[in-house]
Design a protein around this ligand. Sequence first.
Ligand code: ATP
Ligand code: MG
Length: 468
Amino acid sequence: MLWLAFGPFHAMENQMLVIRIKIPNSGAVDWTVHSGPQLLFRDVLDVIGQVLPEATTTAFEYEDEDGDRITVRSDEEMKAMLSYYYSTVMEQQVNGQLIEPLQIFPRACKPPGERNIHGLKVNTRAGPSQHGSPAVSDSLPSTSLKKSSAELKKILANGQMNEQDIRYRDTLGHGNGGTVYKAYHVPSGKILAVKVILLDITLELQKQIMSELEILYKCDSSYIIGFYGAFFVENRISICTEFMDGGSLDVYRKIPENVLGRIAVAVVKGLTYLWSLKILHRDLIEMIYVKVLHKLSNANNADVKPSNMLVNTRGQVKLCDFGVSTQLVNSIAKTYVGTNAYMAPERISGEQYGIHSDVWSLGISFMELALGRFPYPQIQKNQGSLMPLQLLQCIVDEDSPVLPVGEFSEPFVHFITQCMRKQPKERPAPEELMGHPFIVQFNDGNATVLSMWVCRALEERRSQQGPP
Ligand code: ATP
Ligand code: MG
């Protein structure tokens, strides 16, 4: 009976497929796909993401003929589900029955709360991966689904970002300077990450920070977190950025080398972009933007550390919290004392620093992510990355740690060793980083490896935490 599994699959190739996305406790959404068999797992997650924008869905389930739930987490499992579904459709056709939509159950979704989207219809002409993002039927209320990033940027660039339009949800984490919240932006229907920092500073300094942050609108790289706007309310600044559903890398345990390699490619590209901005700006220093650009070239280095490297279930990696505003960095530094454990030896000892120092931070961060612990055993990082200066003296005094050969590939060990050379000038320059065999090897544009790894890690975390 093998033909039953494959025969109808081909015969149905051009037929419409209706996927019914079941929403916990509040009905379902029907999604019409015009080329079902070409549909990828990622496409389905994308559409579920639009239907349930507040939840992070990493997998979904369908029911077999006995009502048992089967999990789908990959393209292979998608194929098996579609194959099973088409065989049931064949049977329904043969028996003259009504054809049932394919029912799927998003996994680990939080209930959508007040956003009851029962009966909502999402219509796509074809699988979104081949034809861009899924088309949404015109009859939908504008806030029902996520708007495109470009549209959101337009709304926000017009200065419409304000406290009234934001509904704060979960706390994503606390840093040295503030707290990051997951928040819902009502006019755009978009989920944001909002970093709120308490700053007791003058109005003059507030204005200066706002003007320095303007430069973030100009940052345009898929390896840098999207910036939507910032505003002050009393003595708090709120900085609104793109939400990354996988969070930061510091909370993941030991990351396997094939995943870490793909992350390293993105981080090196993001850093190269930031560095190029600074260099470019130095070259253009005489030009009209002289004031802002001068400030940018004086700004702190990129704050390279695992908690500022964010991932999402699409398999993207983005950098955040690079010191773009000198004033903001200074104001935070006045409130919080301590030295960042990822800083290069020359920064710890108060010498001049530059791009080479970021390369050290890149090296030590990736060494930590590979080992699953901070590379200097004598340094106990409990919470956060700020430490008393004396405790970091060993980074200045001792030889750099080396990744154990045998446990990691030769190019990876070499990459880390080069980045963590004690002499700043001996560390690789940006173009050498991009051409390093470890980076070249994983610069293959494969986002699936990372996407699958993030999805699995999030699922594991949830199953350990129990039901929401
Ligand atoms: P520091 O204050 O030195 O930057 P930190 O990076 O640990 O330290 P925050 O920047 O305040 O602290 O971030 C706190 C946590 O919030 C991060 O560790 C990360 O898990 C989460 N986070 C930050 N930005 C985002 C985002 N855009 N999307 C999702 N999670 C985020
Ligand atoms: Mg941070």
